[in-house]
Design a protein. Structure first.
Length: 146
């Protein structure tokens, strides 16, 4: 299974990425309808993982103040989880961000994904909290810059 990681460069890829997020966050995790997509999509860079011409994973990156970057809305189709695709996508995104000489890279990770992000080089920097009152515990995590 060959996986290609890339920045979204067409409306079709963007729509496929949003579909994955809706399926994961709205349908699987029962977040409120209307939560996906959001207005931050307009000011974010979007990335995808593609297997056999099918978009199977996505995440977005928002540049914040002072060379600070936040990775958000990471989602993987259920049948493609636990195959290394998510880690590959995160590592690809980190490589792209590192070209910009960031001061900080961080995420707000769901509690159930902490171990995954730790394997990608992130460290927990907060106590658990309920982000957006969704009933899904999150923690802030920061990437250790080299």
């Amino acid at each position: 299974m060959k996986t290609v990681y890339k920045r979204v460069d067409s409306i079709t890829e963007f729509i496929d990425a949003i579909r994955i997020r809706v399926n994961v966050f709205i349908i699987e995790q029962k977040c409120k309808p209307g939560w996906e997509p959001d207005s931050e999509d307009k000011v974010s860079e979007h990335y995808i993982a593609v297997v056999d011409k099918e978009v199977v994973a996505t995440a977005r990156v928002r540049k914040r103040k002072n060379k600070e970057f936040k990775i958000e809305r990471m989602a993987i189709k259920k049948e493609f989880r636990n195959k290394g695709i998510g880690r590959g996508l995160v590592m690809y995104i980190l490589k792209q961000i590192n070209k910009l000489k960031p001061r900080r890279i961080w995420i707000q990770a769901q509690l159930q994904a902490i171990e995954f992000y730790e394997k990608c080089g992130f460290k927990v920097t907060s106590k658990p909290y309920d982000l957006w009152d969704l009933g899904i515990p999150h923690l802030d995590m920061e990437y250790k810059l080299r």
